[in-house]
Write a protein that binds this ligand. Structure first.
Ligand code: XMP
Length: 516
């Protein structure tokens, strides 16, 4: 693999994704990694990420300098570039001059790293200190108004660095810098793709599971759908999937799982219809946290019951279920410490929060993958597009998109409004631009309207379109007015009980994406 050394603040994840976009497998390691730990992974290249610190700060993250003597090609980016300069005998100066944002870069000597690029280009910068002198044996390749040494190279030792951030899209030739480093300087072939991932994972699952039986909970979301499809491809009917229909799904989602997904994959599916159980448990409850707790509790009850039934059935056949599939993704693994000894940033429910007396061995075929890669694999496996390209949808479903008590009537109304919004966003070709668009029913609010000759007293529907990279922060999406008008017209005309459509224009923070 190519190892991306993480100096903090999530820069490393973006770099790891860009490396993979160049069809090279990458993994993230913490900056505390030692040279011998790195050597043990036999990397074909190393990328040092940027980070929020200054190399002069007390406690600034360091690197085991023996890493530069391993003979492995290294590319330093931003903070990683400065760490490299310092370690190899160059000089980093506190200029007091900050470069931030799009910056003009002048290339004086392209070398292999910047080959094929225009001599003047714009790149994204974010730094205070600057490399003032390159280490001995290094050629200076580029400069900016504020930085005499903005890129350097030592071809003989295959060590390279850039002050700018090639991983962000604002750096026009950024991806080309990474690809020159990977394919030309380090000589790594571009042969990592979804076809190979599927083949590798299928082999790994077969090796882990053998002839054992496996269970998987399908949520209707893309992660569990792709994980189950991979496991099914590997071990066929040794896998049983359980799908709990809690009645809080959007229009057509249950059918997509029960019919389209099963038809596309051939998985054995047990559906538990628990709609009444959830509605009864939610009766009379308006408080968001209480609703979340009830839905979580009922979900576990239903799933454990279904699981116990299947386990009993399997045991009676003398062949117990030993494995549980989880759709854990790489960002969850990295953020939970990833077994590499990094600080536990947050304990993710799929990784850190598992019960200790877990009786299953976990099968996690997506553990090394990013979301966009999971989607690509889903497509390659022939899963329905409606599932593969599905927006994130919260576990508690529409239960937390009805402000007020959850009732069957309100769920049906919200489902209709939500279906209209989704159809219009898709028709307008905006699915890629939008991260997700919760549609919220303000069931506790009523407003006066007029329809035909009559006065109405109905409920408002809120549209919450957001753009985001990772849901940690988000901005409200500026949808075209014509589209908003069309959605508003359709909802107020087609959905009984709704006489007003409003738009949420709050970023996150301060607002969360969901309303509850
Ligand atoms: P918030 O509302 O916290 O949402 O800004 C961030 C992202 O998380 C999703 N979300 C959930 N997902 N279970 C989930 O699986 C939940 O309880 C839950 N609550 C929020 C939300 O849709 C958004 O993508």
């Amino acid at each position: 693999p190519v190892l991306v050394v993480d100096f903090g603040a999530q820069y490393a994840q973006l770099i790891a994704r860009r490396v993979r976009e160049a069809n090279v497998y990458s993994e993230i390691v913490p900056h505390t990694v030692t040279a011998s730990e790195i050597a043990a992974k036999h990397p074909s290249g190393i990328v040092l990420s940027g980070g929020p610190s200054s190399v002069y700060e007390e406690g600034a993250p360091r690197l085991d300098e023996a890493i530069f003597d391993l003979g492995v090609p290294v590319l330093g980016i931003c903070y990683g570039f400065q760490v490299m300069a310092t370690a190899l005998g160059g000089e980093v100066a506190k200029t007091g001059q900050r470069e931030y944002g799009s910056t003009a870069v002048r290339i004086s000597d392209s070398g292999v790293l910047l080959d094929g690029q225009p001599a003047e280009q714009t790149a994204w910068m974010s730094h205070g200190d600057s490399v003032s002198r390159a280490p001995e044996g290094f050629e200076v390749l580029a400069s900016t108004d504020g930085t005499p040494v903005a890129a350097f190279a030592n071809d003989e030792r295959r060590l390279y660095g850039v002050q700018w951030h090639p991983e962000v899209k604002h750096s026009t030739y950024g991806q080309a810098v990474l690809e020159n480093f990977l394919h030309r300087a380090a000589g790594i072939p571009a042969d990592w793709n979804s076809g190979n991932v599927i083949a590798d994972q299928v082999a790994a699952i077969q090796a882990q599971v053998g002839s054992g039986r496996v269970i998987c909970a399908l949520s209707g979301g893309v992660d569990s759908a792709v994980a189950a499809a991979l496991v099914h491809k590997a071990v066929g009917d040794q896998l049983v999937c359980v799908f709990v229909d809690h009645g809080l799904l959007r229009k057509d989602e249950a059918r997509q799982v029960e019919e389209d997904y099963v038809a596309a994959t051939g998985v054995r599916l047990v559906t538990v219809n628990a709609q009444e159980q959830f509605l009864n448990a939610l009766a009379g409850v308006s408080d968001p946290e209480t609703k979340r707790k009830i839905i979580g509790r009922e979900f576990i009850r239903v799933f454990e019951k279904a699981q116990a039934d299947l386990i009993a059935e399997a045991a009676s056949e003398g062949d117990p279920i030993r494995f549980l599939v989880q759709g854990t993704l790489y960002p969850d693994v990295v953020e939970s410490g990833g077994g590499t000894g990094t600080a536990n940033i947050k304990s993710h429910h799929n990784v850190g929060g598992l019960p200790e007396d877990l009786q299953f061995e976990l099968v996690e075929p997506l553990r090394t993958l990013f979301k966009d890669e999971v989607r690509a694999i889903g497509r390659e496996l022939g899963l329905p597009e409606a599932i593969v390209s599905r927006q994130p949808f919260p576990g508690p479903g529409l239960g937390i998109r009805i402000v007020g008590e959850v009732t069957q009537e309100r769920l049906d109304l919200l489902r209709d409004a939500d279906a209209i919004v989704r159809a219009e966003l898709t028709a307008a070709g905006l699915d890629q631009e939008i991260w997700q668009c919760p549609v919220v029913l303000l069931a506790d609010v009523r407003s006066v309207g007029v329809q035909g000759d009559g006065r109405t007293y109905g409920h408002p529907i809120v549209l919450r379109p957001v753009s985001s990279e990772d849901a940690m922060t988000a901005d409200w999406t500026r949808l075209p007015y014509d589209l908003l008008a069309k959605i508003s017209n359709r909802i107020t005309n087609e959905v009984d009980g709704v006489n007003r459509v409003v738009l949420d224009v709050t970023s996150k923070p301060p607002g969360t994406i969901e309303w509850e």
